[in-house]
Design a protein around this ligand. Structure first.
Ligand SMILES: Cc1cc2nc3c(=O)[nH]c(=O)nc-3n(C[C@H](O)[C@H](O)[C@H](O)COP(=O)(O)OP(=O)(O)OC[C@H]3O[C@@H](n4cnc5c(N)ncnc54)[C@H](O)[C@@H]3O)c2cc1C
Length: 416
């Protein structure tokens, strides 16, 4: 039975937004500003869990590069995603953050952060603003699809609740870090309704490598200022050794092509330049000096200034290529350090990925982000079928599609 008190205010249009992540909260704000009575539902005990997690290492809201360049980061994404970002571009997101009392700055890499670097002050003010707009937050409400009459069905504790809003915005997130709430159970529910959901796959994720027991001891160690080459692309950045593989910014940037390669060939071989700022000739010269009585480890450490983890990786690569490190001459050593081969043999599970590729197909949406088969139901955020690297592109697309879906819902309400 519909619970009228749950979302319907007399004389008002009502909206249910499901998912209190950045996309759901942004959709709620836009709808609330238009005078729609909005209720946001989330299955967790507090809103924005993944958004808060994103702020742990510095909340990278968006990127400052030229908009045309910015849009290329979404690869062959659907034109609808591009339209949404053009309508709510990085400058609009920064202005929004500013209005929340959270001015932003551009970091040295062009990435944009709030000055506090954290999510919590921004989220706190945002929730206050939403409260002032009359947005109601219903937590610990797990959405379970629709009943036979088309009402939204939630489970809250031991109660079942049915809601019949005028419009619904689904903003349920991807499948990564399910313990933060986005567990992608929605995928099966939507598929059961005949909606095409492309397979959910890990994006901005780590990869498995078959490390020796000795090298596993370097778990958690960073490889700083490296360049990783794969398939004609070279990405500078950092990576971290994990117990059974490798992760981190430079890996994430290559993750969609690496994932395709691993899916297709069961492996992918990357080459890591451990000293991208040192020219090959210079490195050869340094390695040509006589070792004297020094151990090879000491000699390499002094000649290269590489960390213990980086040198261990060189040993690991030599071992797996069947090479004897002490037998290598200066040229071969330099080649190995400038292109240390690492064979990736698997993709780390989606639960540990930063984001999700795949999701609700854009073919299911009209240009208002409304499901063609289910008028009045809109979709936003990471649950849509797009993929992007880290660098602020994930949140920008989540926010922009939420603005587009909410504006679409307002336009549908005003004409419907
Ligand atoms: C460690 C980490 C760091 C990150 N850092 C950055 C960064 O710096 N910059 C960046 O751009 N991106 C970053 N991201 C990605 C970014 O956080 C996500 O892209 C973004 O949160 C997606 O927003 P969303 O609102 O679409 O989904 P989510 O934030 O996942 O929100 C979805 C919400 O839906 C709720 N929900 C799901 N299913 C149900 C259900 N059945 N019933 C009720 N509620 C449900 C969930 O509880 C959740 O609150 C990071 C991600 C991680 C994991």
């Amino acid at each position: 039975m519909p619970d009228a008190s749950d979302s319907r205010l007399p004389g008002n249009k009502t909206a249910a937004v499901i998912g209190a992540g950045p996309a759901g909260l942004m959709a709620a704000e836009v709808l609330g500003q238009a005078g729609v009575a909005v209720t946001v539902y989330d299955q967790m005990a507090s809103p924005g869990r993944k958004f808060l997690m994103a702020g742990r290492g510095g909340l990278n809201l968006t990127h400052s590069e030229d908009l045309n360049q910015f849009l290329t980061r979404y690869g062959d994404s659907h034109p609808l995603l591009r339209c949404a970002i053009q309508a709510f571009p990085p400058a609009a997101l920064r202005a929004w953050s500013d209005r929340l009392g959270q001015p932003t700055f551009v970091g040295s890499s062009g990435r944009v952060f709030p000055k506090t670097l954290k999510t919590s002050p921004l989220l706190r003010t945002w929730l206050l603003r939403l409260g002032n707009l009359g947005v109601t937050l219903k937590l610990r409400h797990r959405w379970q699809g629709w009943d036979d009459e088309g009402s939204l069905r939630f489970v809250a504790g031991d109660k079942e609740i049915f809601v019949e809003p005028d419009v619904t915005v689904l903003a349920l997130g991807g499948a990564s870090w399910p313990k933060l709430g986005s567990d992608a159970q929605w995928a099966a529910m939507l598929r059961a309704q005949g909606i095409v959901v492309s397979p959910l796959r890990p994006a901005n994720c780590g990869f498995a490598a078959d490390w020796s027991e000795v090298f596993q001891r370097f778990e958690g160690e960073p490889l700083k200022r490296i360049a990783i080459d794969f398939d004609g692309r070279s990405v500078r950045g950092e990576a971290t050794i994990t117990r059974n593989g490798i992760e981190g910014g430079a890996i994430y940037a290559l993750s969609s092509t690496l994932r395709e390669a691993v899916d297709k060939n069961s492996h992918a071989s990357i080459a890591i330049d451990l000293l991208p700022d040192v020219a090959m000739a210079k490195l050869r010269e340094r390695l040509s000096v006589s070792r004297g009585k020094q151990s090879l480890s000491n000699f390499l450490r002094k000649a290269t200034h590489l960390s213990a983890a980086a040198l261990a990786l060189v040993r690991e690569a030599a071992l797996s290529s069947g090479l004897s490190l002490p037998a290598l001459n200066a040229d071969a050593l330099a080649n190995l350090i400038k292109a240390t081969p690492v064979r990736l043999i698997g993709v780390q599970p989606i639960a540990t990925a930063i984001s999700t590729a795949g999701g609700v197909s854009f073919a299911e949406l009209d240009d208002r982000f409304m499901l063609r088969r289910y008028p009045g139901i809109f979709v936003a955020g990471e649950m849509l079928d797009w993929d992007a690297p880290t660098g602020g592109y994930l949140l920008q697309a989540s926010f922009a599609t939420a603005v587009a879906a909410a504006r679409g819902a307002i336009s549908w309400l005003s004409t419907g």
